[in-house]
Each structure stands twice: as C-alpha cells, then as structure tokens.
Design a protein around this ligand. Structure first.
Ligand code: SF4
Length: 516
C-alpha cells in the first residue's frame, strides 16, 4: 500500500526487457524524503492482470497514481507478438504504449474506475517526456487529472502536499489541461538530487541500477533539446555514498550512469573515475559519451575503462564535416574515426563501443550517409551502430524554458535551411525530408545488421539490464557477439527477463502489504 504509486516501464525492447529508468526513482526518493509512502510499479505494461495486481498498492489514502511516460511506446525492434520491426515508426506511433487511441482510453477508464472504487481522492497524473503529447490531443486526457511537464522533482512533492491537505495543487492551464505550475529546470536547482533506493522497491540482489551523475550538458548541439550549456553535477562524495549504500544493501556493482554526457571535461572524468578507483569494491558502468575530450586527452578514455566503463554510447551523429560542425560537433570526422579505431583496438576486449548517428542533419546529403555506412562496414571501429532520423519539435513559446529547452534548429529553422518544421517527424530542409531521413536510417541499420549482425543487443539500456540477468562482461563481449548464437541467446534472455520480472512483482507485492 502506498500514498503515491508510480507506474514505470521502458518498452522499446519488448520481451528482451530493459533496466529500470531512473526518473520515477528520483521522484519517489523526493516524495519519501517529504514523508509520502511511495512505491514504483516497474515493468507495468508487461504485467498480466495488471489492474488486479495494482489493487495491492491502492488504499483509501492513496493520493496519486502517476504514469512515467518517457519510455512508453508500442514495443518494437526485436519482434514481439505484434510483429513490429521498425523502431522509428513504433516510437512515434500509437499512444504511449498502446497501438490505438481507443485502447488507451479503455485502459485509462479502467484505472479511473479502480480509483473511484478504492481511492476516491486519488488523482491520475502523467509525467515524463511524452506527457507533452497530450497538449496536441487533449481529447485523450479524459481520465487524467494533472500533468507534470518538465522535471517533476518539486512539482510532484508540492502536488502531493496539496492533495494530502485536500487542496488543489498549483496549476496552470495549457491547451485546456491542468499542468502543475511548479516545474523546475536544472538552472533553477542547486543540486543534482540523490536517489535513495528502498528495499521495499524490490531491488533484486546484485541488480544493476541507474544512478544520476549530472543533469544537463555543457555542450550545445543544435538538434538537442536537453538542457544545454551548463551541467549540474552531483558532488562526488554524495555519489560515492550512494554507490556504497547500494552495494551494501543490494550487492549492486553495475550501473547505468544517467548523464547527458559523462565525459564532458577532463576534470570531471579525472575526479569521478579517480574516486571510483578508490572504492573497496569494483563497479562497472555504461554511459553516454562524446569523443571530443577523448580525442584531446586520450588518457581520459583509458581512465574511464580503468574505472569500470564496460559499455560506452558515443554520440557521433555524422561524419560529414560541414554537417557535423554546424550541428555542434566540432571535432573533425577524420580525428573521430582515428579515435574510434584506436579505442576499439585498445579497449574493445573490455568495453563495448556503440556509436549513434543521425540521418537528416542539415548540410548532409544522402550520398554522405552511404559513405559513412560503407566506412563503418569496411573498418569495423565499433561493436554496434544505430542510425536514427532527425526529430525536431516545432518551437512553442509558451513551453520554452519551462517544459523544454528547444533545440537551436527549432528556434532558428531558417538559419539552418529548414523550410518547414510541422512536427517532430515532419520537417523539410534543403537537403532532405523526414521521410527520406527515416528511410535512410532504416537502410543504414539494415546494412549494418546484415553484415555485422551480433548477439541480442546493441544499446546501452539493455547492456546493464543483461548484467542484472546474470551475464558477465565477458559474456557480453564474447558469446553475445556470435551471430550463430543469436536465436538461442535471444530465447535465453527472454526467459531470464521473464523470471526476473516475475520475481520482482512477487517481491514488490510482498514488501508492500495491505494495511490491516
Ligand atoms: S546531444 Fe549530447 S552532447 Fe550534444 S548538447 Fe545534447 S546532451 Fe550534450
């Protein structure tokens, strides 16, 4: 039973599963700190008889059932029962994790009915990135009471306090929706919040966990809508305390470092990795990285691996010099290529190296993307690659700097050659359209997969979850790379993930019993 119940899931990888997403746990930690008993029901979209299970946690004093929307999309990529195979169509299709509007409305009506019966004062709140989808489709908000747009850290605490006192939370109306008004962006905060994982959240023994390192990013890539140009870093002492606590309570020694760009400066890498190397136990971690600091100071790449980096997601975006430079990736592509080759040769036996690319950046013609994939296939500088089409939100003044830090492309479309930005997947510029960029990304991914197909994963999120499922780093860099094992390993991972979530759901219900 809990006053606040948060539903969370990362759906994209279907039955293969993915690790816990940190957002709901940061918020749950803040709520607990303010005296609200809070439970996160994770992996919720996969739970059979979900509403029956949810009843375990709802009581008459429940104030909020929140839905964390950021990673809710109809599951895709690795084929599921629905037979989806195109991750771009899937991410933007359907509504949240439902295939159709009607399915979502039926689901939300059932949740509303459950609350009417068991917790009449409870409100339904939707937070996370995809909450903004409702601004365009307020008709689908029929059963939703409030929205938390932007970082929910303080707005949810304020809302819970008001609801406990039987008052209306502070809101403002946007598109007819009730949106919490106390949203904060990183520049209004003075510390990166601590996440205090609780035993009652059914953390499994030895489970790999996410941990927030910093919020925001010091760079300013022109397509990026994260908070840019500065970063709020957690104090290294607090970080080490969190890691030590998780190790002592749950045996956790594997992490997803939640950080828009872990290696944004030489000093940061040296400070954090230096502290990790002094721990009395060894950890491994997976995180996002840029090549810039590695190119300038190669010892920082060595240091990250030494400190436990076992999977790095390099945001590469483009090897076209003009497109990369104008997008805010200043390191010349030839140097980037040299670095990737060096890194794989030097550390490829210990650290999985994944590179992501964007198709459709202004100034990059179609032929350049073909050259990039040809070079990748010929030189093999990465364990895996992923191409995705540029997505770009139309600028909306009322949301700027309160809900989202709009990308420079959105703010000044004409400066970058856009003739139209109609929606995140509907733009056009001199060199390409979204449709063409999506086709190109699919083509490039297919080329890679058909020539370099490896085991069952290629992405940071899955990497640390596979550690939770009992695979070692050696497994992931060894047998997972063998194409001939793909079918059997896929079946094995699906089986292990199923067992993992079944155990988790059973533990969560046991650890949060009804009040007698
Ligand atoms: S794309 Fe990555 S490196 Fe660039 S501004 Fe955004 S978070 Fe920072």
């Amino acid at each position: 039973m809990a006053q606040i119940v948060i539903l969370s899931d990362v759906v994209s990888y279907g039955e293969l599963g993915a690790g816990r997403y940190i957002g709901p746990y940061v918020i749950a930690s803040q709520l607990e700190d303010h005296g609200f008993s809070t439970v996160v029901v994770d992996f919720f979209t996969a739970k059979a008889n979900f509403f029956e299970y949810l009843e375990n946690f709802i009581e008459s004093s429940t104030l909020i059932v929140g839905i964390s929307s950021t990673f809710l999309s109809p599951s895709a990529y690795f084929k599921t029962g629905r037979g989806r195979h195109n991750s771009f169509d899937s991410y933007n299709s359907g509504f949240l994790w439902k295939d159709t509007d009607q399915e979502w409305l039926e689901w939300s009506a059932e949740l509303k009915e459950l609350l009417r019966r068991k917790a009449p004062k409870a409100k339904i709140v939707i937070g996370g990135v995809k909450a903004a989808k409702f601004l365009k489709r307020p008709d689908l908000a029929r059963d939703v009471d409030y929205f938390a747009l932007g970082a929910g850290d303080s707005s949810i605490v304020q809302a819970a306090s008001a609801l406990r006192d039987e008052k209306e939370p502070e809101i403002k109306e946007i598109a007819g929706l009730k949106v919490f008004s106390q949203m904060v962006l990183k520049h209004q905060m003075n510390a990166c919040p601590v996440t205090t994982f609780q035993k009652k959240w059914a953390i499994q023994q030895g489970e790999a966990l996410p941990i927030e390192i910093s919020r925001g990013c010091i760079f300013n890539c022109k397509y990026c809508y994260y908070e840019r140009k500065s970063s709020l870093r957690k104090s290294v002492d607090i970080l080490i305390q969190e890691i030590t606590r998780n190790y002592e309570l749950f045996g956790t020694n594997s992490y997803s470092f939640t950080d828009d760009c872990f290696n944004d400066s030489r000093e940061k890498v040296e400070t954090i990795c230096g502290a990790l190397l002094k721990l009395p136990f060894k950890i491994d971690f997976t995180t996002y990285a840029r090549v810039d600091v590695g190119v300038k100071f190669p010892h920082t790449a060595d240091l990250m691996v030494e400190a436990g980096a076992s999977s790095l997601h390099w945001g590469l975006e483009s090897f076209h010099p003009e497109a990369a430079r104008r997008a805010g990736k200043g390191t010349p592509p030839e140097k980037v290529k040299e670095f990737l080759l060096w890194f794989k040769k030097q550390h490829g036996h210990r650290c999985f190296s994944f590179g992501s690319f964007i198709t459709g950046l202004p100034y990059e013609p179609e032929s350049s993307v073909h050259e990039t994939i040809d070079w990748l296939l010929a030189h093999d500088p990465l364990h895996a690659v992923g191409f995705g089409p540029l997505t770009i939100a139309p600028y909306t003044e009322s949301l700027d700097q309160t809900v989202v830090d709009f990308a420079d492309y959105s703010r000044h479309p004409e400066k970058y050659g856009f003739s139209r930005i109609g929606g995140i997947d509907d733009w056009e510029h001199e060199w390409m359209t979204y449709k063409k960029a999506a086709e190109l990304a699919n083509f490039a991914n297919q080329q890679w997969l058909s020539k370099k197909e490896s085991g069952v994963f290629s992405f940071t999120w899955q990497y640390y979850h596979l550690r939770s499922l009992g695979y070692t780093n050696e497994d992931l860099l060894g047998r997972f790379q063998k194409t001939e094992l793909k079918a059997s390993l896929t079946a094995e991972v699906i089986g292990r993930h199923k067992a993992f979530i079944e155990q988790y759901w059973a533990d969560l219900a046991r650890l949060n019993p009804p009040h007698t």
